[in-house]
Design a protein around this ligand. Structure first.
Ligand SMILES: [Zn+2]
Length: 547
């Protein structure tokens, strides 16, 4: 018995030693890399700004003055003079439909900050030239017509035919409608006599197709599936784009049309250690848990969230916990609320954080009623950082109730695409200023790419300036640059349960950082949206450098 105990103790010491070897606290050695003479925004609790940072392999060894850090160097230490450049922690997006976007990235055109229709359509022509002759070009959301200062009317089929006469073109605005050229109609088989009804309505609407119609389904399904090779190339392009934007980690939450096959490319990259960004993803009704309550409960019981892996990990359940709780107009039966509570209880028992889509106050209220009930019997729910996603229109009372349940607020920039018409009809952006003031823990994400830009500096611009994509000030819930940066870094690391390793530039954390093209803290508001990375580093390794 005694020997066994000793063995256990011995084993324990070995485990501790081996953790030490791989953790970031080993600071006996000289740094492998020192960055000097910079403006390094550490985003620690005090928002400390330092001159220099020392790195040992994948971890931060220390931060301080250039002199202090250089005193740690030995002959093999690489030294980079930042010459005053600004460094920030790698940005983390807490809610993106990334796998869906990465599938079509190679043929996608994005108008996230374009204000000229002419320029937007020229981008389509340029992209078409880079693709094979009959390949589809698509614009999958991320714009509103208000942003085109030269002409903000709807696209017509004649206009799109003149831009792209031979290649199929599909332009989707949010989820509500799409605009196509004749080549797309032809490729989708909508120009023949088999579909006279669709053709008639298309002609009447000048090539516009409304969302949730059969014609929309036929057209969306007509966009060809990329081959495995092309899909992998597309994922590489998507990851490189994110890195240039300053993102080093992303939390994928599934989404409409996503199924298990969408995760295959990511899996292939992960197996070959070739993922360029840190990729976290939820268990969601598309990638695993399906519709029925029993099936959802089974999935939650048969899988385990991964809280350890920093490169590729599934954890959290969302953004749709239970489909009937997304009813619009919001009306949910007592029976469905009971199902929701059962799902939540199972999630708690199996350590699943819940990340729930919430765009309406009535829904938030009903969700909180049910979560409070569950928390009475399962107070450990409060340790799981349950997350309210989007938060649009939340009242002060609901914010306080969510804070009492230790919930986290994931705020997204889809309201940056609010049109004049929607603004005038009373659409509500997320109450960030209130959440911030009331002491709520909140992080920024995009909800990209169909309803928002995936670019974190577009999101930050929106919460600092209040301006939408067309430059109109529709957002009054503004925050400081410091708060916005913390919400895109440290808070998101907390939301992802990775705050010990990610989210700020502090001794012992992973060396994930980006060097910016301009100084985030001092450039005029108007330039924030143009910020980008000139050097992205993950785990101490350069993963992107501008040419
Ligand atoms: Zn959502």
């Amino acid at each position: 018995m005694k020997t066994k105990q000793l063995n256990h103790r011995y084993y324990f010491i070995i485990v501790l030693l081996s953790i030490g070897l791989f953790s970031c606290n080993e600071n006996n050695n000289a740094p492998s890399w020192i960055l000097t003479n910079g403006k390094i925004l550490t985003v620690d609790n005090d928002f400390t700004i330092v001159e220099a940072m020392a790195i040992k392999d994948n971890c931060i060894l220390g931060t301080g003055t250039t002199e202090e850090m250089l005193s740690l160097a030995n002959t093999s230490t690489k030294v980079t003079d930042l010459k005053g450049q600004t460094v920030i922690p790698g940005l983390i997006d807490n809610h993106m439909h990334f796998v869906r976007a990465s599938k079509h990235w190679y043929r996608m055109v994005r108008w996230d900050k374009i204000t000229s229709r002419q320029e937007a359509l020229e981008m389509v022509q340029k992209r078409a030239k880079k693709l094979p002759k009959d390949e589809w070009v698509i614009v999958m959301g991320g714009f509103i017509f208000d942003q085109f200062k030269d002409n903000s009317t709807l696209f017509t089929i004649n206009e799109l035919d003149s831009i792209l006469p031979n290649q199929p073109l599909f332009i989707q605005e949010g989820y509500s409608r799409a605009f196509v050229n004749t080549a797309a109609l032809k490729a989708a088989g909508l120009l023949n006599n088999k579909n006279p009804k669709h053709l008639e309505s298309l002609k009447k609407n000048n090539g516009m197709i409304l969302g949730r119609t059969q014609a929309m389904k036929i057209l969306s399904n007509a966009i060809p599936e990329p081959s495995i090779k092309v899909w992998d190339e597309s994922l590489t392009m998507a990851m490189d784009s994110l890195l240039r934007m300053g993102l080093t980690a992303v939390y994928d939450v599934g989404g409409n049309t996503v199924n298990l096959s969408f995760y295959e490319s990511i899996k292939r990259f992960a197996a070959n250690d070739a993922l360029k960004i840190r990729f976290f993803y939820s268990l969601n009704e598309q990638n695993s848990a399906s519709g029925s309550v029993e099936e959802i409960i089974n999935e939650l019981q048969n899988n385990r969230p991964n809280f350890k892996d920093l490169q590729n990990a599934q954890f959290g359940y969302g953004e749709t916990v239970y489909r009937p709780m997304r009813a619009r107009p919001f009306k949910v039966t007592d029976e469905d609320q009971e199902h929701f509570r059962n799902i939540v209880t199972t999630a708690i028992k199996n350590d699943w954080q819940i990340h729930e889509h919430s765009l309406q106050e009535e829904k938030v209220k009903t969700m909180l009623d049910n979560l409070e009930k569950v928390a009475e019997s399962y107070p450990e729910m409060k340790d799981l950082r349950f997350t309210i996603a989007h938060t649009n229109g939340m009242s002060e009372e609901s914010i306080q109730r969510a804070i009492n349940l230790n919930m986290v607020f994931a705020v997204h920039s889809s309201s940056r695409l609010m049109s004049k018409k929607r603004y005038e009809s009373g659409a509500k952006p997320p109450p960030i200023k209130k959440i911030n003031k009331m002491g709520g823990i909140w992080g920024l994400g995009s909800d990209g790419t169909t309803v928002a830009s995936p670019n974190p500096f577009h999101t930050i611009d929106w919460v600092i300036s209040g301006r939408n994509i067309a430059g109109n000030k529709y957002m009054t819930q503004l925050v400081s640059r410091e708060d916005a940066l913390r919400a895109h870094t440290a808070t998101n690391a907390y939301l992802l349960f990775r705050e010990k390793d990610l989210g700020s530039l502090e001794t012992g954390k992973r060396a994930d950082f980006i060097v910016l093209n301009k100084d985030y803290m001092t450039i005029p508001n108007e330039e924030i949206k143009n910020l980008h990375s000139v050097l992205s580093v993950i785990d101490g390794k350069i993963v992107y450098a501008s040419k």
